[in-house]
Design a protein around this ligand. Structure first.
Ligand code: CAO
Length: 294
């Protein structure tokens, strides 16, 4: 036994003996080896690739606990999952929250819808958000940027992506040159892109080249969320559901329609003060349409 253990480089004084009169048996040495192997496996760290695929969780047999149904991930989820994981793991995200007073904007939006011609796209809150965000990005170019090596690339164009909930998963089509388009034009383009996204007819090029993204869950509900940055962009805006809230006007509380906004930003490029200024400026634009230039 001593020879066998020495061949394997085992220090016999560390092996627990179970033989008569304290003798070490072959089973003792084998048990020692199994325990050492299992400790070694436990400390092996997953490779970066495995981490990015997000599949490091141990396989669990859920059927042990009850009836289950297994479905393959959709093609969209298989493609977007690794990109979302990479973004979440590599970008230091921070999210700021604010509220925009959209009382006048909503009244204007409803009047536009009433005056819309047959077949014209409905102007939704998202079209105004895209318009206002484009104007705010022109004022704050650091949010219309990407990291490249040790440099920051500032973009002079303003292409904005918007999240579309499709049966296969989330898609983000991009509207080009949003700063040069009016709300009706933005609304029409949005409706076309969202429709093609839901029908699975969006071209890959229609999802490329975005500078900034907007994710609106306002039509569904919620008071706020923390959107994940759509890399290589450095910020993303989330919009939740508008609600009537009492606002203090200096002498009394008045009912105002408030839109909750959330801005996630990359702390390597943007600081909290800048993000807060951007969001506050955006809220100001939404509260006073004349400053946007529709
Ligand atoms: N607050 C309250 N109501 C709102 C609202 C808001 N912030 N935003 C939109 N609405 C209302 C609209 O006015 C509309 O009401 P009516 O039917 O009475 O006119 C209704 O909600 C539906 O709006 P819509 O969905 O047609 O239009 P939209 O511009 O708000 O959204 C789109 C378009 C493509 C963004 C949306 O359909 C969608 O897919 N949203 C989901 C995005 C998503 O999944 N994001 C999550 C990303 S993170 O996983």
């Amino acid at each position: 036994m001593q020879l066998y253990a020495r061949k394997l480089g085992i220090d016999l004084t560390t092996v627990g003996a179970t033989g008569p009169r304290g003798r070490i048996l072959q089973e003792d040495v084998e048990r020692y080896i199994r325990a050492a192997l299992s400790r070694a496996n436990a400390i092996v760290t997953p490779s970066a690739n495995t981490l990015l695929r997000g599949d490091t969780a141990p396989e669990i047999d859920f059927a042990k606990f009850g009836s289950i149904e297994r479905q393959p991930l959709s093609r969209v989820r298989r493609l977007s999952g690794p990109a979302l994981t990479r973004s979440w793991q590599t970008i230091p995200h921070v999210t700021n929250f604010d509220q925009a007073d959209v009382t006048d904007l909503e009244a204007f939006r409803v009047s536009l819808s009433g005056a819309a011609l047959a077949g014209e796209a409905k102007v939704t809150m998202l079209a105004f958000l895209i318009k206002a965000a484009a104007a705010a990005l022109k004022t704050f170019p650091e949010l219309n940027a990407s990291l490249s090596g040790g440099d920051i690339i500032l973009k002079r164009y303003v292409h904005i992506g918007f999240a579309v909930d499709t049966p296969g998963g989330l898609l983000v089509p991009v509207i080009r040159d949003c700063d040069a388009k009016g709300v009706r034009e933005l609304a029409a383009e949005m409706a076309g892109l969202a429709g093609r996204a839901r029908d699975g007819k969006l071209k890959a090029t229609e999802m490329h080249g975005g500078c900034f993204s907007i994710s609106s869950l306002g039509g569904i509900g919620g008071t706020g969320f923390t959107p994940i940055i759509n890399a290589p962009e450095v910020a993303i805006l989330g919009a939740a559901r508008t609600a009537m809230k009492p606002q203090w006007n200096g002498s009394a509380f008045v009912p105002r329609l408030m839109l909750p906004l959330c801005l996630s930003w990359d702390h390597r490029v943007i600081d909290g003060a800048l993000a807060a200024r951007f969001l506050s400026h955006l809220c100001g634009l939404l509260a006073d349409l004349r400053r946007v230039g529709l």
